[in-house]
Structure formats: C-alpha cells, structure tokens
Design a protein around this ligand. Structure first.
Ligand SMILES: Cc1cc2nc3c(=O)[nH]c(=O)nc-3n(C[C@H](O)[C@H](O)[C@H](O)COP(=O)(O)O)c2cc1C
Length: 326
C-alpha cells in the first residue's frame, strides 16, 4: 500500500495522466475492470481553470466510483497555480499533482511543464505556494531533466520534498527525448535512494511482468502506467494477480470486444457529437494495437463519420479476427 499523507492508495498502481485519454469514461472503464489504486485526469491549465472555470468544471467532473482521484495542473506562476490548486481541492479531488514533465512546445513556451526543470527557483516557489493552499496531498510529476546536459531530477526531487510535496513521480526520459529511446529505470532507483517521501516509477511498463521488474529493480513505492493502460486495460488486474502469486489471466477476444463496445456506448451517451468520432478513433487505435488486422481497421475508421458505422466496423473486425486466430 502507498500513502500520500492521509490518503491510502491500495494497490500501489496508478493510472498516468494522459491528455485526450484519461477522461471520465476511460477512468470508469479501468475502475470497473479493477486493480488500479489511483486514477488521474489529463493535465489542466491553471490559467484556463481560473479564466474559464465553468467550461473547465465540465472537464473536471468525476463520480464517486472513480475515487481516489488526482487532478494534475500545469502553469508557470506560483500564485496562479495556488489559486488553481484551491479550486481542485474545492471540487473534491483526493490529491493534486503538478506537471513538471510535459515536453510539448506549446507548454514549454509558457515556461510550464518540463520547462520548470530549467528554472528550479520557480519550480520551488510553485510547490511552496501550492502546498500552502492545500489540505489534500500534493504530488509532482517530472522527467529526468530538460536534455542530456541538464539531468537534474535528483535536485528537483529534493526541492519537492523540502517544499512539502507528499510524493513525486518520475518518468526517466529527458524532455528533449519526448518518447524516443527508453526510460532509464536506474534513475528511479537513484531518486528512491535520495528521498524519504514516496517515489512513483513510470515509463515503459508494457506488461504486468514489467511492473514487477520495475519494483524489483528500483524499489519504487508505486508503479504508474500510461500507454499500456489503453493497449491492455487489464494490466492492473494482471499485476495484482502476479503480486498474489496467481496465474496471469489474459483477456479473450470477446472480453476485448465487449470492453470497447461498452466504453464507446458511454462516450456516445455522454459526449457532444462533435467530439464523439475523435474519441472513438483515438481509442480504437490504442485498443487494437498489436491485434491481427488492427492496422486495416485503423485505416478503415479514418473515413467513417457515423458512430453506428463505427460500431459495425468494430463488430466485423472482431468476427474476422476470431476466425484468424481460431
Ligand atoms: C497521449 C499522451 C498524453 C499524455 N498526457 C500527459 C499529461 O497530461 N500529463 C502528464 O504528466 N503526462 C502526460 N503524458 C505522459 C504519461 O503520463 C507518462 O509519463 C508517459 O506516457 C510514460 O509512461 P508510459 O511509458 O507508461 O506510457 C502523456 C502521454 C501520452 C502518451
């Protein structure tokens, strides 16, 4: 079990925040499959939240079934981040996370996300000011550094600890690397050795076995999973099976089809038509990665603009795949 202050996270398995992915429907999909200890939202701009609170509140909506849930904010101004964090607490989030790892140009230009790793004084001021305004746990997620010449995750980790963060999460690539190369887990072990607050390890967990390896190799307090959560939403349950010494169950093709259709019915019922097709395309791409015929389906759905045609294409895909693997 992992603790962020008074918050218990059990099992110590965390859904990584992912823009455009970790929305309410997907969080519920994972919660209903079971095995995840903490879910997170995609990152929220502190400025956007303060300027357009009403519109943002729709995005920030969550239901009790999702708890515990953490909301991640980003920004570059300590006082504005503190104001945004206060709203996060008011909304009822169980924890607030600060993004210091996003390498996207749009975010870096605003001196937020990973850019804060190049301005540790400001990073410290943000953690300090946000901490003062919160009673819920505060965590910080960051990378190894801006680039190979500026690897400073240990320094930033110590700053977060000194300024009162309850935990940190490390994705051990540099900002410049984006998602290239591989996550260097030895850095997670180094951070764990250097800090007394919990360290969450993240990066390149593709299978349940990888999570066990990360624990063994780094001693991290919890494992955070991003992309594999879409490719294999059962991964959390599988990790728990391995931890309990049980045989690992693989989902059947029918399990996969049912999960996709259930998820998409939720999207259809809850989202405005404008964004339904985008969401269905995005998730179909992730859900079918590595399945035979997945690439053909992804090409086919690119040209569909009616949700019902989409559902038919998914059904047909699974019919065909079943005959291929039978
Ligand atoms: C589509 C996508 C969106 C992401 N959005 C965020 C985000 O909003 N905040 C954040 O801290 N990290 C974000 N990340 C990074 C992930 O949280 C995670 O650190 C990274 O994917 C490495 O973990 P993985 O190898 O398990 O995917 C995003 C990653 C992806 C693939």
């Amino acid at each position: 079990m992992l603790r962020y202050g008074d918050l218990e996270i059990d099992p110590p398995l965390i859904l990584a925040p992912m823009a455009g992915i970790t929305d309410r429907q997907f969080r519920l999909v994972l919660r209903r499959l079971g095995g995840v200890g903490l879910v997170t939202m995609e990152f929220i701009s502190s400025e956007g939240l303060l300027r357009n609170c009403k519109q943002m509140l729709r995005k920030l909506h969550f239901v009790e079934e999702e708890r515990p849930i953490s909301i991640q904010i980003y920004g570059s101004k300590p006082d504005r981040m503190a104001d945004a964090a206060a709203i996060v607490e008011q909304i009822g989030a169980d924890a607030c996370d600060i993004n210091m790892g996003c390498p996207a140009n749009k975010i870096l230009k605003g001196c937020a996300g990973c850019a804060l790793m190049a301005d540790l004084d400001n990073a410290a001021a943000i953690v300090r000011e946000v901490r003062k305004r919160l009673t819920i746990p505060l965590t910080v997620k960051f990378r190894a550094g801006i680039d190979d010449n500026r690897i400073n995750f240990l320094e930033l980790g110590k700053i977060c600890q000194e300024e009162g963060a309850q935990a940190v999460a490390l994705h051990p690539r540099t900002g410049k690397q984006m998602y290239r190369g591989s996550a260097d887990w030895t850095r997670i072990a180094e951070l764990k050795d250097a800090l007394s607050i919990p360290v969450v390890g993240n990066g390149d967990i593709n299978t349940a076995r990888d999570a066990m390896d990360m624990w063994e190799q780094t001693g991290c307090d919890a494992v955070m999973i991003g992309r594999a959560s879409m490719k294999n939403p059962w991964i959390y349950r599988q990790i728990n099976e391995l931890r309990a010494g049980l045989p690992l169950r693989e989902p059947s093709l029918d399990d996969r089809r049912d999960l996709i259709l259930k998820h998409f019915r939720m999207v259809l019922a809850e989202e405005p038509i404008k964004i339904i097709m985008n969401k269905l395309r995005t998730f179909t791409s992730w859900y079918t990665k590595g399945l035979p015929g997945g690439r053909d389906l992804r090409v086919q759905i690119g040209s569909l603009d009616d949700p019902e045609a989409f559902f038919d294409a998914i059904e047909a895909f699974f019919e065909k795949t079943r005959s291929l693997v039978a």
